[in-house]
Design a protein around this ligand. Structure first.
Ligand code: NAP
Length: 291
């Protein structure tokens, strides 16, 4: 079994981006500028957004955090989105999800200019991904692709089972693994909460990507011997023994599943750090106007 070290790979990618930004500065080019919009004070969202802003600073990007109150109206948030679309100083931006329930998240996502949609959630970018055109690939699936590439895991002709069909992880992941490219060329089964006999499906997986958000759901008997297991899940479980008051759990029961695997990602330190590195990569693409 080989542990996939997402932290180390993410650091390497961030180092490469940092070098690229230093080069841009040397040539007196403007450096990429990412904005992050956060509505309200949800603890996890605050952590995610601050990590993204800190990562920008580390690689030399400019970053702007726009922290709006919980009670902001949908119209006010749409006006903010419009202002970011029109601001030539911002290359790309994200609106951190989830949004408060009185705001229609779809409406906000669809209002983001596709050219600045570094999260890759806009229908134009999802459509481009489905057609295999250059686009902003959502950060978590892009991070997973980069991990597979880094460890030179073979994918062609393999059976890949993705658990979860969210627009953020499962659906784009299934598109990427089935495309005619490396990593890709898999036969993909996309599963969800209505899938009958899920364990039967997962046991056939050469590559299993779990993104359902149920801590330690995947047990050893659900995994084929020698499988590659990518654990996307992150759930905070209360733990009084920790300073933070919680512990992070993946969707995979790591201790019992790991011995069966050829490769496995840990939680934390697997997919999580890659998500931020992928967001930085997308921001660089936005600044270079490659997409
Ligand atoms: P989501 O929107 O809640 O989607 C969960 C998906 O899992 C849904 O498609 C759901 O099916 C499916 N599902 C739920 N229970 C199931 C079951 N018992 N059997 C089979 N499928 C089941 O979640 P998400 O945003 O994709 O996130 C999934 C997990 O990844 C969460 O733990 C999240 O925190 C984590 N995550 C991590 C990162 C990272 O950076 N590492 C990034 C994003 C998300 P239905 O469609 O039928 O409801």
């Amino acid at each position: 079994m080989r542990l996939i070290d997402g932290k180390a790979v993410a650091e390497k990618i961030q180092e490469q981006i940092k070098e690229k930004v230093a080069e841009m500065r040397l040539q007196s080019q403007r450096v990429p500028h990412l904005a992050a919009v956060l509505v309200g004070n949800d603890g996890a969202s605050l952590t995610y957004v601050s990590n993204k802003v800190r990562a920008c600073e580390k690689v030399g990007f400019r970053s702007t955090l726009i922290h709006l109150p919980e009670y902001i109206t949908e119209a006010e948030l749409l006006a903010q989105v419009q202002a970011l679309n029109e601001n030539p100083d911002i290359d790309g931006y994200i609106v951190q999800l989830p949004l408060p329930s009185h705001i229609n998240a779809k409406k906000i996502t669809y209002a983001i200019s596709p050219d600045k949609d570094v999260d890759g959630f806009h229908p134009t970018n999802v459509g481009k991904l489905a057609l295999g055109l250059p686009t902003f690939v959502p950060a978590t699936p892009l991070g997973i692709i980069q991990l597979i590439e880094h460890y030179q895991i073979s994918t062609e002709g393999k059976h890949c089972v993705v658990i979860g069909r969210s627009h953020i992880v499962g659906l784009p992941m299934s598109l990427l693994m089935s495309r005619n490219a490396y990593p890709g060329n898999c036969t993909v089964t996309l599963t969800h909460s209505r899938t009958a006999n899920l364990a039967e499906e997962t046991r056939r997986a050469d590559i299993l990507i779990a993104a359902l958000g149920k801590p330690e759901f995947i047990k050893a008997e659900m995994v084929k011997e020698g499988a590659v297991v990518i654990d996307v899940g992150i759930t905070r479980l209360p733990d009084a023994s920790k300073k933070s008051g919680f512990v992070l759990k993946g969707d995979v029961a790591f201790e019992e599943v790991a011995p069966r695997c050829s490769y496995i990602t840990p939680v934390p330190g697997g997919v999580g750090p890659m998500t931020i590195a992928a967001l930085l990569k997308n921001t660089l693409l936005a600044a270079e106007k490659v997409v």
